[in-house]
Ligand binder design. Sequence first.
Ligand code: FES
Ligand code: FE
Length: 379
Amino acid sequence: MLLAFVSIHLVAFVPCGRRDQSDPISLDKGDALMNCRDNINQADKPLEDALLNDWHVVATSEEVVPGKLVPATLFDRDLVIWRDSEGQAYVWEDLCIHRGARLSKGFIQSDRVVCPYHGWNYDGTAQCVLMPASPNEKPMKKAKAIPHHVKEAYGFIWACMGEPAQDIPEFPEWDDPSYKKVVCGPYEFKSGYRAVENFIDPTHFPFVHAGVNGIMDQPDPIGAYDVYEENGILSSSEVQVTQPYGDPREVPVTAFYAYKCLRPLVAYFKKRLIISDPERASEGSPDDRFCTFLTVQQVSETRSIVRICCAMNFSPQPSDADVRRRQDLVYAQDSEIVDTQRPERIPVDLRMELHHRTDLLGQKYRMWLRNMGVSYGTV
Ligand code: FES
Ligand code: FE
């Protein structure tokens, strides 16, 4: 009885990868090795719950076509994304439980992922259903790939590597047919948090986007605005700015931005627009809105991929190419400056940088991250 008790504890506490090589492998220690699959996260540090139990975009829907294995990295964990012939998407650790080979180097056959090393076949439940070296043997139950929660929404594939604490954030215009939607990107940045903070910062427009989102010789004074937190979402009241090329129609506008930080790495704005050139005013309507839903895949602490979905209700609507041309320009201008910021990891201690009244939303964003316990990619 005592021996059984000791044995169980050995199984529970033999550290993964640190087995004493002189020990013969008992059945119990063999189980302990298999239990390593629960601890394989391919990264040095555990990820904090605020990020682990959240949804993150890892690809656009378009990037993942049936029959193709797509490698991706999220918070230093290597993933493989694939889609079966019914259209269902999957996100797994990019790791075969047999000998640790990268599944993304294999191939898909009959809706199964085939490992490139010894050909183990994994079905859509991540269970190994065929070991070619012993084709008539039913693979053991533990022969499983490591699947993550997956959802597909707004033109993106989302993964949660822990247990989802909530649903993916809401994008209200997605189901509204009066809005045209265009997915743009990917755009590379160093810090995804600094990319989000830049997205919610209207004071950089006249300088980083001179002639597009602002006028360098006549920067807009930014009036007082409110920031409030409700249901876990950080929102601002409208901020007014002048934009010579404020939307894909290439018209000068007075714009009113209302921002939302929906998650640490997901943000949104809804922009109300009034065409400011009297000769072109008839092209617009008081109901005109341009919205952007911004997502970040934080690849490593200092590397990220931004993907956005723009929604607009203009009449007539611009072409997809017009929308993408303007967004490609704006995000290239942003990354050129944002990627020069030091430290590369965003400081969440407000004392580490200088803040002004007009940076209120950025300050609140950093405090919000800190209060959530986000530490990955921050200092
Ligand atoms: Fe994948 Fe052997 S490592 S089948
Ligand atoms: Fe910008």
